[in-house]
Design a protein. Structure first.
Ligand code: DAK
Length: 263
């Protein structure tokens, strides 16, 4: 069943079959540029899905021409440093980063600047053949401000990250695949279906295990190996306190599909 929420102006929000929440950016005239209102709507929708027990995974997408061409330059151009310091944007990016359910980006067309940073906040990225990834802030006399320098360096290594951030090098979908920024490239018209399919598969899995799996993998990006291994072990033990662990193993031994309870 598909239900749309009319409360949003710049995004379209639906629950798709298989317990998948879908957020589609919808500012076509400015290639889905992320003004404050759009970012606020995205955060509201993602938070609501994160809290909704009927949703197991969340897909974020744009249009065929643009995932998002970055922060809204018209809105940003007159800001002072003090304005930006007081801006809620940073907290909004943090809120997205703290989403506990898997975030899957279905990216076609331009994913630039803040649009690319939004992609990098997602856990899995499915790219259309026409996707273009980049951080062109340097052309505006600024640098990425929502994690671009850090996430790119961690994901791609120093040299390529430097080319992208210092010299506006843009990556095609195939280059992004080779660099490890995305996990698959599909024909442009298939990108949303592919992402929804991956999301459906994950949403059908044991929810607590999915949540702790995401938390454990993400830890690898912001801590030492030792601390990461400790968290993994802790989460591994924790899962043995769930009914789903008993059910999953019993189902395997009884040669039947598991019936997950989410506890
Ligand atoms: N903002 C506002 N409008 C934009 C836009 C943007 N980022 N990108 C495109 N548009 C508008 C264009 O102005 C144009 O509007 P009209 O002229 O039709 O009124 C329309 O979208 C179509 O764009 P083009 O005519 O330019 O289309 P093309 O196919 O020729 O070019 C393009 C597509 C994506 C290559 C080009 O539009 C472009 O270079 N766009 C700008 C890309 C960019 O520089 N992005 C980085 C923006 S800076 C923060 C965190 C993060 C950030 C900021 C703060 N905090 C935590 C505080 C992020 C900063 C950024 O992302």
């Amino acid at each position: 069943m598909t239900s749309q929420n009319p409360a949003f102006e710049h995004i379209v929000v639906e629950v798709r079959p298989g317990h998948v929440g879908l957020v589609r950016l919808n500012r076509p005239k400015v290639l889905n540029a992320l003004n404050a209102a759009t970012l606020a709507e995205i955060v509201t929708a993602v938070r609501a899905f994160d809290a909704d027990s009927n949703v197991g995974a969340i897909v974020i997408t744009g249009s065929e021409r643009a995932f998002a061409a970055g922060a809204d330059i018209a809105e940003m151009s007159g800001k002072s440093a003090a304005d930006l310091l007081a801006d809620v944007r940073l907290a909004q990016w943090e809120a997205l980063r703290k989403t506990s359910k898997p975030l899957i980006a279905a990216v076609a067309g331009f994913a630039l600047g803040g649009g690319h940073e939004l992609v990098m906040v997602c856990d899995i990225v499915i790219a259309a053949e026409n996707a273009v990834f980049g951080q062109p802030e340097i052309n505006l006399g600024i640098i990425p401000g929502a994690g671009g320098t850090q996430r790119l360096a961690r994901a791609l290594g120093k040299s390529l990250a430097m080319e992208i951030v210092l010299n506006d090098r843009r990556l095609s979908a195939d280059e992004a695949l080779r660099a490890g920024l995305v996990s698959r490239v599909v024909p442009t018209e298939r990108v949303l279906d592919e992402a929804l399919s991956v999301a459906r598969q994950i949403a059908a899995r044991a929810p607590v295990a999915v949540r702790l799996a995401k938390q454990s993998v993400l830890k690898a990006f912001d801590t030492t190996l030792e601390v990461g291994l400790e968290l993994e072990r802790h989460n591994f033990y924790l899962l043995f306190s769930t009914e789903d662990q008993k059910e999953g193993m019993r189902a395997f031994l009884e040669k039947r599909p598991p019936n997950w309870k989410g506890r």
